[in-house]
Design a protein around this ligand. Structure first.
Ligand code: TRP
Length: 448
């Protein structure tokens, strides 16, 4: 049998996992949620959720992937010998496909804004015109179609290059570049005159602003940002060599992802406050408020180019990870060639994406449970599919897998000292705490 594709270097694994985690979630979703939910207190809760809940779930997904060395569809049944788990496998192949198609529509916006920035459309432009750019984009089905197509095509091309030749190589160059760009923008933003107000907003907690709803939003964001519950970490984990240290790779990714969200906050909030704008704009923060900030800022034209380049890179490394989950299914399970698998996934994601973008125009009145297609996909994926997926993962690791197998996988046969020490607490969280908390969060969707 031909050798399965896989990662080649330790650094490659880390940047690729980080590439999946760092995405629109960090640069687009996190800043606007922080803005809407009162700043620092939200961030604090977010970080607590990340450390005590999401990190163990992340490790669980990683363990299933590396143990099984196969795609998400069969991973569960291969380890447990119980074919009923194929249902979970099937769900985990379908979910990324759904999220991918709506993600690609937003990814398309980032491409559109990158082109706008390169043409210096934000400089020397009246505020009203900037205002209307975003509404202009989302009301033009033609341009959304074009940019969605470009985005998903670019994703397919990288995935076509294979795990080490395409995905890992791409991430090794792009992720460090992304990090440097965002760090530079954050530093620049901090030099603005009234930057301090933004920093205070991000770091001085006011707990009176915290509601149960914002806690649920923080947890949902933590799941989204760490790519949990959709088989991405599982799939990438299956390409990781048995010599690697799961604890090191997971903690590196989680720290990097959180750091990145904070840096994005530092790049955006001081600038927003400096120009007296509201941080509460919501999903339009990055596409609406920021271009205005860029139009006012010294050297804003150049900063805009770098910012939207960063947004695009962050988005594409994440969409690559979702794309790969489904491609791996066709390659491992159906024994199709990589090129044919990529073509199939491309066509499906492209078509669902088109439905999704049509919901901004001709299909606006097509409602599923009272939501248009775009909102429906957004809500179901983050509120339901991700929690259901993660629930299955922790139940599988905590109750179905043999404890000795998990220990073996996590500690590389008992040889890693730190992993051995942490195993007890980790296992406790996975087995007891995580299922309870995930259930509560799931139920909160119906109550709040
Ligand atoms: N984590 C990515 C972000 O922050 C998005 C993402 C990639 C994702 N793969 C995922 C979200 C799987 C949920 C599940 O933008």
């Amino acid at each position: 049998m031909a050798k399965r594709d896989g990662f080649v270097s330790r650094f490659g694994v880390l940047v690729t996992l980080a590439g999946s985690a760092v995405g629109l979630g960090n640069l687009w979703r996190f800043p606007y949620l922080v803005g809407q939910n009162g700043g620092a207190a939200f961030i604090l809760i977010y970080i607590l959720f990340v450390i005590f809940l999401c990190f163990p779930i992340f490790i669980s997904e990683f363990i299933i992937g590396r143990r099984s060395q196969t795609d998400v569809f069969t991973a569960f049944s291969k380890i447990s010998g119980d074919s009923r788990w194929n249902i979970v496998g099937a769900l985990t192949v379908l979910s990324p496909l759904l999220i991918l198609s709506y993600y690609s529509v937003i990814g398309g916006w980032s491409v559109n804004y990158l082109f706008k920035a390169v043409n210096f459309e934000f400089t020397n432009t009246a505020p009203e015109q900037i205002e209307s750019m975003f509404t202009g984009l989302i009301s033009s089905v033609d341009s959304m179609f074009l940019y969605h197509t470009l985005f998903i095509l670019a994703t397919a091309v990288v995935v076509l290059g294979g795990v080490k030749g395409g995905i890992e190589k791409f991430s090794k160059i792009m992720m460090p570049a992304l990090f440097l760009i965002m760090l530079a923008i954050a530093l620049y933003s901090l030099t603005l005159e009234n930057a301090w107000a933004g920093v205070e907003f991000l770091f001085r907690p006011d707990f009176s602003k915290l509601t149960i709803k914002s806690c649920a939003a923080a947890l949902g964001q933590a799941f989204f940002s760490l790519s949990l519950g959709f088989g991405t970490i599982l799939t990438y984990g299956s390409y990781v060599s048995k010599k690697e240290n799961i604890l090191f790779q997971s903690s590196g990714t989680v720290v990097f992802d959180t750091l990145f969200a904070l840096i994005a906050g530092l790049a955006i909030m001081p600038a927003v406050f400096n120009y007296g704008l509201s941080p509460q704009e919501g999903p339009g923060l990055v596409f609406h408020t920021l271009p205005y900030v860029f139009s006012q800022m010294p050297a804003g034209g150049a900063i805009a180019v770098f910012f939207f380049l960063a947004l695009f890179v962050a988005a594409i490394t994440s969409s690559i990870s979702m794309f790969e989950v489904v491609v791996a299914y066709f390659v491992d399970e159906k024994k199709l060639s990589r090129i044919l698998s990529c073509l199939i996934v491309f066509i499906i994601a492209w078509l669902i994406g088109i439905l999704c973008l049509l919901s901004f125009g001709p299909l606006a009145d097509l409602k599923i449970f009272g939501l248009n297609i775009f909102d429906f996909l957004d809500k179901t994926s983050s509120n339901f599919l991700m929690t259901i997926g993660s629930f299955c993962v922790v139940i599988f690791v905590g109750w179905k897998m043999k404890k000795s197998d998990i220990y073996d996988e996590f500690t590389n046969g008992g040889t890693l000292r730190w992993n051995v020490r942490l195993f007890g607490i980790l296992y406790f969280i996975i087995r007891y705490l995580a299922p309870v908390v995930i259930t509560l969060v799931f139920l909160s969707n119906f109550i709040l």
